[in-house]
Design a protein around this ligand. Structure first.
Ligand SMILES: [Cu+2]
Length: 248
């Protein structure tokens, strides 16, 4: 009898342990890019304030980028309306360019950023307004540190470049290119991959940079025509498979 109980207990431990190993969370901070930009950052960030109906933003809160973003995008789960507004401030100056634009599906709003924005920490202040004319404010922060560009692979002299999707990574992961360069991603893995602009799962930062599912041998191409940095990821392996393109 005792031997039966011990056997059952042993089976439970083996299967239970295996279950825990297979199902543990992949990362404590899956939403934040894990590439070198972040670990070498010395910037400190305030706690963000999320407005009603807020879902996500790109660039992500507390991210330190190797170049100025092309725009700041904030995603919601409710219809946006005028006069919704985004300001991108550092030292009291607004580095946003032009008007805040509400996307066609009314679930995201965006504002372009000055491509010559200097290094430092930026606070994004936003006011999200609904069709009933009520508005709610929120804020978050990100930083720009152009020194981080030194770890990017310099492909600025090429008209066309190829990024391999290999062993659940973009190879090379972080690249610098010139304006007008055509980038082609090729899936060299058995697993399906995607090219998706941040954030996840809204994929709204630069909507042109979103592929369909890519099987082994499939490719996806995009020509970059606006200066700035492009954080992206694979939505099937979002926590571990990400990269940056700087267009300069
Ligand atoms: Cu993938």
């Amino acid at each position: 009898m005792n031997r039966v109980i011990i056997l059952i207990a042993a089976v439970a431990v083996v299967f239970g342990g295996g279950y825990l190993l297979l199902n543990r969370p992949s990362s404590p901070t899956p939403a934040i890019n894990t590439s070198s930009q972040e670990s070498s950052s010395s910037a400190s960030f305030a706690t963000p304030k999320k407005s009603a109906h807020y879902e996500s933003n790109a660039p992500e809160h507390a991210l330190t980028l190797a170049g100025a973003p092309v725009n700041v995008v904030i995603n919601f789960n409710f219809d946006l309306a005028k006069p919704s507004e985004i300001k991108i401030e550092k030292d009291g100056k607004d580095y946003g360019v032009g008007e805040t634009v509400i996307d066609g599906n009314k679930l995201s709003m965006r504002r372009n950023m000055d491509p010559n924005s200097p290094d430092g920490t930026y606070t994004v202040f936003y006011n999200a307004c609904w069709p009933d004319r009520t508005c709610h404010d929120g804020h978050f922060q990100f930083a720009v540190d152009k020194n981080l560009k030194s770890s990017f692979e310099d492909m600025t002299d090429k008209k066309e470049v190829t990024i391999s999707m290999s062993q659940i990574k973009f190879v090379p992961m972080d690249i610098k290119i010139n304006k007008g360069t055509r980038v082609t991603w090729v899936n060299d893995d058995e697993a399906e991959h995607y090219v998706n602009t941040d954030s996840h799962p809204a994929h709204t930062y630069y909507p042109n940079q979103n592929s369909k599912a890519l099987k082994k041998g499939d490719s996806y191409s995009l020509t970059f025509s606006t200066f700035g940095i492009y954080p992206y990821h694979c939505s099937a392996h979002e926590a571990i498979m990400n990269g940056y393109i700087i267009v300069e």
